[in-house]
Design a protein around this ligand. Structure first.
Ligand SMILES: *[C@@H]1O[C@H](CO)[C@@H](O)[C@H](O)[C@H]1NC(C)=O
Ligand SMILES: *[C@@H]1O[C@H](CO)[C@@H](O)[C@H](O)[C@H]1NC(C)=O
Ligand SMILES: *[C@@H]1O[C@H](CO)[C@@H](O)[C@H](O)[C@H]1NC(C)=O
Length: 745
């Protein structure tokens, strides 16, 4: 069994990121006490849903002994999109069940949790009703599309979910409006067309901390739903910052809410595989077109596979553990895995030193009208790491404290330093780190001035402090700057990077989209959030528009359109960078195909489509129990994905790909080959001639190692060009000699 991931996200500072631990490695095996297990039965067909449930009870009763025990242990029945159930079982019972011939797999339910103004203009989806972008216009703003959001619920009173001017709910919709605490049947509307909530396997204590209904106490689900499909709301901002029209990518798409994630003590969130699978099962039945999951858990994703095989595109967050390699989550080949980028907006915050020198950091620092003016100069103090012991010897009362961290993550050190400075009576914090990217950590500095600077800037402050007898500084509130002066987009430092551990024959993530400092709805206000959680609904919104435009395209075709038209350079032709230590030119393990380009994705020219049954053909071993796993299966890189990843190239390997012409009927595409360094790449044929009789063409790509080398990935691409279009796929190759050692960092 693979290591189970346990992920959680911290809310305290509105930075939605995730901690990881390989719990199966850390915690021992639990033999005695019952735990929640997911029993997967596959694609079983029954005449009536009640028959499915009865058959689940029969299966469970064979192990538990009686129907009554089965009734007591069953937590949830999956019966629409696929067959299976969640039940409380001891390990012995789970093992016994796994032996039954009708059972495909039995796995512990795992913890599962979460991981706009400017961003849509930046993507070329400007919303001027006089001159809407072409894609928005042609897709009718996504009006007929239903996006299922599996998250922490929704706040129906937010202006982002007004249904004013909407036509009737599409008649194919079969969902429900599940009433509960603080949620009446009138909370569903022509905008929020359905809402459900799931509690199976979630602790009673956690349920008590939230509304027992689809209502979103947390805010995460409201934020993501408003980003995917929020109606336009004029003149919103976060205390004056990031001001503009807030709205979703598909501003007229309908939202179906599946609340599966609950709060947990200490500001963490908790969901389970059981709740998320229940949501996916219902969403398949209800008739959603797109599923948006700003969540992570390392899971085998058969739920998402069933959704994709029923034509529903599934969009998942890559996770926020970057810039480390090999940490990308939700990497099944059938889903779209989304990395986060930083767009062309920044929040410069001026720090004035006592010698009149002005230096600029980044923050969301604002002054409330009611708060006493803090603008005057204050004494500066060194706080080192600003740990409690580091500040113990320093008197920081009434001072602005300079803190520094050399760690890659901002999630841990900044909140700790802030707390210690506050405890010491400091009135400001200047926090130095290699990136100022996670400014939303500064959205709530508990009433003191705060600003992030990079290490270079911190050095200027340090030099001044060394020279001055009594060094002082003042920090002005942040401003918002958009456009030309920022190099953008960049893959955000926190965005989890590939390669995928579970699916190394697939390039992951698939695509990057804006996810840093995104303004979205929370309750009745608008708040800035960062994370791949924010990037995911950007892609879900674009998928909704594309689906409206091309109703017959499969999830694989939609993903292909998005990946093959993505940008790998910015507006000036400079390569897109990936933040990290150090910052570098982005590669496919940072952003997959590149940065999303919605208008180009509307007319991709060629698509790499996939027969949905092929996923089973190549990847059954990833989600079936070992007896049913076919060891003679072809390697996954033969799947017709819009990318090629070969994790173990020792001898020449030939893969084929098939493209379908969805553009001009009579046209010729020519190959442009960028071989990964160290690899010879041949494409046959080098030209693809399409006409009315010839819409689908298969070509071969032969990759031959030039040297015998061990362990490093190199990257290239294959682009098909005609007069108008470029259809590009990324290529990642790792040459190996031995199996057991690799250097991917
Ligand atoms: C939602 O339902 C609650 C409880 O029934 C009600 O108080 C509230 O006004 C409703 N909100 C909307 C937007 O309909
Ligand atoms: C702070 O200093 C005092 C006195 O020197 C000491 O007793 C205390 O343990 C220190 N606290 C920390 C957190 O280092
Ligand atoms: C195993 O895979 C091979 C090659 O794809 C196929 O021919 C064979 O039918 C498969 N066997 C089973 C039991 O699925």
């Amino acid at each position: 069994m693979r290591a189970m991931g346990f992920y959680s996200s911290q809310r305290g500072h509105r930075t939605w990121a995730i901690l990881l631990c390989f719990c199966a490695l850390l915690s021992g095996v639990n033999g005695g006490s019952p735990r929640l297990y997911i029993v997967y039965l596959g694609d079983v067909k029954h005449e009536h849903p009640d028959d499915v449930v009865a058959s689940h009870h029969d299966i469970l009763a064979t192990v538990l002994g009686s129907k009554d025990d089965s009734l007591a242990s069953m937590a949830h029945n999956y019966k629409h999109g696929f067959s299976g159930f969640a039940a409380m079982l001891t390990q012995d019972q789970a093992e016994e069940l796994a032996e039954l011939p009708e059972v495909i797999s039995v796995e512990r339910s795992k913890s599962y949790t979460t991981t706009t103004t400017r961003s849509w203009d930046f993507l070329g989806l400007g919303l001027s009703y006089q001159m809407p972008s072409e894609l928005l216009h042609r897709s009718r703003y996504g009006e007929d599309i239903i996006i299922g959001v599996i998250d922490t619920g929704i706040w129906p009173e937010s202006r982002s979910f007004s249904d004013e001017g909407y036509g009737p709910v599409p008649s194919r919709w079969k969902g429900v409006c599940q009433v509960g605490e603080g949620w009446g049947s009138d909370n569903c509307s022509r905008k929020i067309v359905g809402a459900r909530f799931y509690t199976a396997g979630v602790d009673e204590e956690n349920l008590k901390m939230d509304f027992l209904s689809p209502r979103d106490k947390d805010g995460h689900g409201t934020h993501t739903a408003s980003t995917a499909a929020g109606s336009p709301v004029e003149a919103v901002s976060f205390h004056g910052l990031a001001a503009g029209v807030a709205r979703g990518g598909a501003p007229r798409a309908r939202i179906a809410v599946y609340k599966s994630v609950w709060p947990s003590s200490g500001g963490w969130r908790a969901g389970t595989t059981a709740t998320v699978l229940a949501a996916i099962d219902d969403a398949i039945h209800d008739g959603v077109d797109v599923l948006s999951l700003s969540l992570v858990a390392e899971e085998n994703s058969f739920g998402a596979l069933h959704a994709v095989q029923k034509g529903i595109a599934v969009v998942y967050a890559a996770g926020n553990l970057g810039p480390a390699r090999q940490v990308v989550s939700n990497t099944a080949p059938w889903v779209i895995t989304v990395a986060a980028s930083k767009i062309d907006r920044s929040f410069p915050t001026v720090i004035t030193l006592g010698n009149k020198q002005q230096i600029v950091g980044q923050s969301l620092y604002y002054e409330e009208d009611s708060s006493p003016p803090r603008r005057g100069f204050k004494l500066l103090a060194f706080g080192g790491l600003c740990s409690s012991s580091a500040l113990n010897a320093t008197d920081v009362r009434g001072k602005i404290v300079l803190c520094a961290s050399l760690l890659a993550s901002l999630l841990e050190p900044f909140p700790l330093a802030l707390r210690n400075v506050l405890n010491g009576g400091g009135v400001g914090i200047i926090f130095a780190q290699y990136t100022t990217n996670l400014v939303d950590a500064t959205a709530d500095c508990k009433g003191i001035a705060c600003v992030l600077v990079d290490l270079d800037t911190a050095n200027l402050i340090t030099l001044y402090m060394g020279d001055a007898r009594s060094p002082v500084a003042k920090i002005a509130p942040a401003r918002t700057v958009t456009g030309e002066e920022a190099v953008a987009p960049k893959v955000a430092a926190f965005s989890s990077r590939g390669p995928s551990i579970n699916y190394p024959e697939v390039i992951k993530p698939d695509i990057a989209a804006p996810g840093a400092s995104i303004l979205g709805a929370i309750k009745d206000a608008y708040v800035i959030g960062s994370g791949t959680s924010m990037a995911t609904p950007h892609v879900s919104g674009v998928v909704a528009l594309l689906k409206a435009l091309h109703p017959n395209w499969s999830p694989a075709a939609l993903k292909s359109a998005i990946m093959t038209t993505a940008s790998v350079s910015d507006g000036r032709g400079m390569p897109i960078l990936a933040q990290g230590m150090p910052q570098k030119i982005a590669d496919p393990f940072d952003y997959g195909g590149g940065h999303i380009n919605p208008n180009k994705a509307a007319d991709p020219g060629l698509i790499y489509d996939i027969d949905p049954s092929d996923y089973n053909k190549f990847f059954s071993c990833n989600f079936m129990k070992s007896v049913q796993c076919n060891a003679t299966m072809l390697p996954g890189y033969h799947l017709n994905l819009p990318s090629i990843a070969i994790p173990d190239l020792r001898h020449p390997i030939t893969v084929s790909r098939t493209v379908t012409n969805v553009g001009e009927v009579n046209t010729i595409y020519h190959a442009e080959i960028k071989s990964p360094p160290g690899v010879k790449m041949d494409v046959e044929p080098a030209a693809l001639v399409f006409n009315a009789a010839n819409k689908v063409i298969t070509f071969k790509v032969k990759l031959s190692p030039l040297w015998s080398l061990q362990g490093d990935y190199t990257f290239g691409s294959l682009s098909w060009h005609n007069d108008q279009k470029t259809v590009r796929i990324p290529i990642a190759v790792r040459m190996t000699i031995h199996d057991f050692y690799a250097d991917v960092a």
